[in-house]
Design a protein around this ligand. Structure first.
Ligand code: SAJ
Length: 418
């Protein structure tokens, strides 16, 4: 069997590699020629545990090759990005372009799967009509399905195989044909459903998390007003067997949680006030953090702030949609601070400002501001910082440190009365 994977990013490339490793003939297609030529040499352009080894193996044994144009195949998998426009509506242009790009190569009996996250009804209202326009009947000629990716960066190769997959067909027959494609490599359950149910399930998974984080972040603000320790409240409330308050923090980042809820809101504005309010609460957190920094340094002339962590979550190198970057930009913009920026997971070529080492950043600082829960920050010892800082004050927005509070003044987000 031959599979054509459109889009060789964080999802498409590992997906192509997993199918190639299972013995399928894969052609990976990407509009970026650099990505295509480096992949054909067995090299990859993204960071993901275990991926370089698998890609090298399947390129060398000829099971995976890359091209800038699609080819005839039995199965087509579309895994291109769906960003949002400035006004928070979904930009599905890449999905539309990818669909149009494969249409000339489609043959009767082909399976076409969209893995990209899409607003509800996109398969039925946008993708299927594009294919039908070309005289192909979805459900009889072409089997069309949405199978959302659900993998966690850092665990992609494991989760691609082990997670339950939801396969939503535009017809029951399409769901079955597409599900069989995954059953060949997935050890988790492969569940068949309708396309729109699959679309909504994916969006609700990330919305569930976003709304629950917003609840925790709102608790932080309430606790600050009432002088209560929010973290203690969460710890105690979570001892209840049916309660799971999430972790508050400097905001929600990444291109999934901070984006997907808008796809639902856009299709049912009136009916989704909770989801859009959650987005607003999470979006308000960077400025809440900046206010806390301001409060802690209000007496100082040009306070030195050591900013630790730029990525959207711990132990990854991804700074896209990161709330830490937003906090940093607000601090820079205010011109009140001397900023020292440190992140052991971020490379100099990812940012436009200079990065400092741990020592350079911490020495002489008035405040240590922790914005990401990297393992390196969780294990910071009190002695590593107290004697080097001008004033040993720590604002840990991730509640990830374990410092001796008799030697350093440690504020966790939400336990600082203003
Ligand atoms: N965060 C909090 N508090 C928490 C949990 C997370 O503030 O209690 C923040 C993180 O710091 C980060 C953001 O939320 O800024 C998102 O992080 P995440 O670990 O929740 O998720 P992502 O965006 O890396 O990946 C999610 C996953 N979805 C779910 O867990 C429901 C993943 O399985 C999906 O495949 C991925 O979105 C996706 O591509 O949709």
């Amino acid at each position: 069997k031959k599979i054509c994977v459109i889009g060789l990013g964080y999802i498409g490339l590992p997906t192509a590699a997993v199918f190639a490793k299972a013995g399928y003939d894969i052609v990976g297609v990407d509009v970026n020629e650099r990505v295509v030529s480096s992949l054909n040499k067995g090299e990859i352009h993204i960071e993901e545990v275990g991926l370089p080894e698998v890609v090298k193996e399947v390129v060398e044994n000829g099971k995976l090759r890359a091209s800038v144009t699609p080819e005839e195949a039995d199965v087509f998998i579309i895994a291109v990005p769906t960003p949002i426009h400035e006004d928070t509506t979904a930009n599905i242009d890449y999905v539309v372009d990818a669909t149009k790009a494969i249409i000339p190569y489609l043959q009767k009996g082909n399976v076409v799967i969209v893995e990209s996250t899409i607003p509800p009804r996109t398969m039925d209202d946008v993708v299927a009509p594009l294919i039908e326009e070309k005289g192909l009947d979805t459900g009889y000629d072409i089997y069309l399905a949405h199978c959302p990716e659900r993998v966690l960066p850092g665990r992609i190769l494991i989760e691609l195989v082990e997670n339950t997959r939801i396969v939503g067909g535009t017809t029951p027959e399409a769901a079955k044909k597409a599900a069989d494609v995954y059953r060949a490599v997935v050890t988790g359950d492969v569940v068949e459903t309708e396309a729109v149910t699959a679309e909504m399930s994916k969006l609700m998974e990330n919305t569930f998390r976003d709304v629950n984080i917003a609840l925790a972040n709102e608790l932080v603000k309430i606790s600050q007003r009432l002088d209560v320790n929010a973290h203690k409240v969460i710890e105690l409330a979570n001892k209840h067997p049916r309660v799971n308050i999430h972790q508050p923090g400097p905001g929600v980042g990444g291109h999934c949680l901070a984006v997907d809820p808008y796809f639902i809101v856009e299709k049912a504005v009136e009916e989704s006030p909770l989801i859009s309010t959650a987005r607003k609460i999470n979006n308000s957190m960077p400025s809440f953090v900046v206010q806390q920094v301001q409060h802690l340094t209000s007496e100082l002339e040009k306070p030195v702030v050591a900013v630790f962590g730029l990525t959207y979550k711990g132990n990854i190198d991804d700074i896209r949609e990161s709330p830490a970057i937003e906090v940093l930009e607000m601090l820079q913009h205010s011109n009140r601070y001397e900023l020292r920026i440190h992140d052991p997971h971020v490379r100099a070529d990812q940012v436009s400002f200079s990065l400092q080492s741990f020592e350079e950043a911490i020495t002489g600082a008035n405040v240590l501001l922790i914005l990401t829960d990297h393992n390196e920050f969780k294990s910071i010892q009190t002695e590593d910082i107290v004697n080097k800082m001008k004033t040993p004050v720590v604002l840990d927005t991730r509640n990830c440190t374990n410092l001796d509070e008799s030697k350093a003044t440690v504020y966790k987000i939400g336990n600082l009365s203003t």
